[in-house]
Design a protein around this ligand. Structure first.
Ligand code: DC
Length: 246
């Protein structure tokens, strides 16, 4: 049965989903948005797009000034998926579809350094607020509930141990028929946790009013169900259970 749209509200509603790398923000956020008829917006894609552009233009990752300029100038568009190839959204830089390139290991290795630059964060936070002002949105990131939308009426913090997050990433890569090295992925996850949580500007931390979901022992659909329950209790939104297996 088609999902009736959620009734319009006077102000756009933001559901914030924060958490460390590979904690399931994107898969849970995407499914949640689909069930609610909201836009899903993964803000990590923007930091990744700036990182990819810097790599392609041979800008050294430690050149904060040039990378900040790039973040201010780069035309990044995160849109609903244009192609049915497993993507949850399409990312364009100008006309160029970079959706899958954003997931490459070189971007993984440098994105935390790029996202620690205050000027980069200012530029992207501004764009994220503008995009969310256009409608109801499930927004995933590291600082959505603390910095980008501290007034969001529902904030979820998804967590899992580094070992479990690395295992999920490893399985994902195998499923995509990519070469995968569990130990290397675990090292990468830990390094990014360290940088993301210790940077001075907008570090990864739990908003005081966030609901923390520890997901090590939960299947994705159990996490989605827990979040939907919170949406129902706190936001009183209509939820369409029959949509789950559409
Ligand atoms: O969620 P992700 O792995 O795609 O995020 C990539 C990087 O971007 C991550 O290392 C931290 C950064 N990031 C951020 O600093 N703030 C956000 N709101 C989203 C991502």
């Amino acid at each position: 049965m088609p999902c009736p749209p959620t009734p319009p509200r006077s102000t756009p509603l933001v559901i914030a989903i924060d958490g460390p790398a590979a904690s399931g923000k994107s898969s849970v956020g995407h499914e949640l948005a689909r069930r609610l008829g909201f836009l899903f917006f993964d803000t990590g894609a923007m930091y990744r797009a700036v990182t990819l552009a810097a790599i392609r233009r041979h800008i050294p990752i430690d050149d904060e000034q040039q990378i900040t300029r790039l973040a201010n100038e780069l035309p990044i568009h995160v849109q609903p998926p244009a192609i049915d190839d497993g993507r949850r959204y399409t990312v364009l830089v100008g006309e160029d579809d970079v959706t899958w390139e954003l997931r490459g290991s070189e971007v993984d290795a440098h994105v935390s350094a790029v996202s620690a630059y205050p000027g980069v964060r200012r530029a992207l936070t501004r764009q994220q607020r503008r995009i969310a002002s256009q409608g109801n949105v499930v927004m995933a990131g590291r600082d959505i509930g603390t910095v980008v939308f501290p007034e969001a009426p529902l904030k979820i913090y998804l967590d899992a141990s580094a070992a479990e997050r690395a295992r999920r990433r490893y399985e994902e890569q195998l499923q995509r028929q990519q070469a995968a090295d569990y130990e290397a992925i675990l090292r990468g996850v830990r390094e990014r946790d360290q940088i993301d949580s210790h940077r001075p500007t907008a570090p990864l931390r739990i908003a005081s009013d966030a609901v923390v979901l520890q997901t090590d022992d939960l299947e994705q659909q159990e996490v989605v169900a827990a979040v939907l329950k919170l949406v129902h209790e706190r936001l009183h939104l209509e939820i369409h259970h029959q949509q789950v297996h559409q």
